[in-house]
Design a protein around this ligand. Structure first.
Ligand SMILES: Nc1ncnc2c1ncn2[C@@H]1O[C@H](COP(=O)(O)OP(=O)(O)OP(=O)(O)O)[C@@H](O)[C@H]1O
Ligand SMILES: [Mg+2]
Ligand SMILES: [Zn+2]
Length: 403
């Protein structure tokens, strides 16, 4: 059998298996249990978060021989045919390539007839926002009052492109980006089953790059395993992703906090020589400093990071105060734009990092107040001697102090 990419191999086959999207799974599960399944559903949300998967699961739930059930068996003929896309009663239509009015007319004609074998005739229209205006209009009547045996499930990443007339005839469910922590968990499980020895730290890099999309994460994982083999080192993974090794980023943050200018410059040199993007480095550093700030403020590290990284952050956070971290973040974050624009990005980055190290901290607010008080006490004494010629009304003391 030909190789099946991870994203397809690991398509959830039960609602329980879906990561995140609990709000959708719960509502649909209840509707099935209470026999209140709507005749048209619209699944919207970003790419690769489970819309098509959920549409197929709903089709199985409705047509499973043991059903209708929120836990389709996955083994009966109806279920297996839906999985393989060969069911006679479930049509999966790509809205992008079947977007004309004639395609919709065909659906309308077909919908009149009873299902050939299973309980329902189900039309899954993916990328439904691609239908033409005339096609949408042709769909309205059927969508309003379809025959009892017909169900529509639409999926789209761009719900705002659908006419209101369509939106108002569907039960809409918004799919969310999958949280970093849940995604990391799922990737760990998949790697374990696939016997892939990739570190948690590298997986968290994959998670971050995929911005909540599970398909993106699995495709990236596929690509990494293909190019680095089943037991890749962190460095190899970072290289394969064109990313900067997390260890390097951690080391940078440590050097910045410890004001180790030599180490900072050495690291910039290394990253530069490896041909990696310096703007990306600045972004990674800003993010790492953000993590550090969060860790300092909350007393715990962000959960989406690997355990080893969380520990390192907790330890490093103890070495810095919030004023220092906030200043570091401001300067590093502020330089991202400069680095991306500069004729010599390396120069811009180095100067920003050195400034971040060199500038003395503004100090904490109590410190500042004490300094102001000391200053004003000194000036107050002076002000009192000048009060006759100076401030009107003989005001003296600290109130004479002008900044
Ligand atoms: N919530 C999820 N839980 C587990 N795996 C998921 C989830 N969402 C997506 N995946 C993985 O990503 C693959 C693609 O998911 P799916 O086809 O459902 O995405 P989609 O939301 O329809 O994306 P698109 O908008 O690009 O069509 C699945 O085969 C599965 O491996
Ligand atoms: Mg899809
Ligand atoms: Zn079944």
């Amino acid at each position: 059998m030909s190789y099946l990419v991870l994203a397809r191999k690991w398509r959830p086959q039960t609602f329980d298996d879906m990561t995140g999207q609990e709000h959708v799974v719960r509502t649909i599960g209840n509707a099935i249990k209470m026999d209140r399944v709507a005749h048209a559903y619209l699944f919207c949300g970003p790419r690769g978060v489970g819309k098509t998967t959920a549409a197929r699961l709903l089709a199985k739930a409705l047509n499973c021989e043991q059903g209708p059930t929120a836990n389709p068996c996955g083994t009966c003929r109806a279920c297996t045919e839906i999985t393989s896309g060969t069911s006679v009663d479930v049509a999966e239509i790509d809205g992008a390539s079947n977007n004309g009015v004639e395609n919709v007319r065909e659906i309308r004609e077909n919908a009149k007839y009873l299902p050939q074998r299973d309980r329902h005739k189900i039309y899954i229209i993916d990328e439904v926002h691609m239908l033409s205006g005339a096609a949408f209009n042709a769909l309205l009547k059927t969508l309003e009052e379809p025959p009892g045996h017909v169900k529509f499930i639409f999926a789209t990443t761009e719900a705002h492109k659908l006419p209101d007339t369509i939106l108002s005839r569907c039960q809409r469910h918004n799919f969310r980006r999958i949280s970093a922590a849940r995604m990391l968990q799922r990737l760990k499980e998949i790697c374990l089953a696939e016997k892939a020895g990739i570190s948690e730290q590298s997986l968290s890099l994959v998670v971050r790059q995929s911005e909540g999309g599970m398909r993106d994460a699995l495709s990236l994982l596929d690509q990494i395993l293909a190019s680095c083999g089943p037991d890749p080192t962190d460095e190899a993974v970072a290289e394969a992703m064109g990313a900067i090794d997390r260890t390097v980023v951690q080391d940078f943050a440590e050097a910045l906090v410890r004001k180790d200018a030599k180490r900072v410059l050495g690291r910039v040199d290394e990253v530069f020589n490896r041909g990696l993007d310096l703007k990306r480095l600045a972004e990674e550093l800003a993010l790492q400093l953000r993590h550090l700030f969060v860790t300092k403020s909350l007393g715990e590290a962000p959960q989406e990071l690997a355990e080893s990284e969380q520990k390192a952050l907790l330890a490093l956070a103890k070495e810095a105060d919030t004023a220092q971290l906030s200043r570091l973040f401001d300067i590093v974050h502020g330089c991202i734009w400069d680095v991306s624009r500069a004729a010599q990005p390396r120069l811009a980055l180095e100067m920003a990092l050195l400034k971040a190290i060199q500038l003395s901290p503004a100090g904490s607010i109590p410190d500042l107040l004490a300094r102001v008080e000391r200053l004003s006490a000194g000036l107050g004494a002076e002000g009192a001697t000048k009060s006759t010629s100076g401030a009107p009304g003989g005001r003296s003391g600290p109130s004479n102090f002008r900044v």
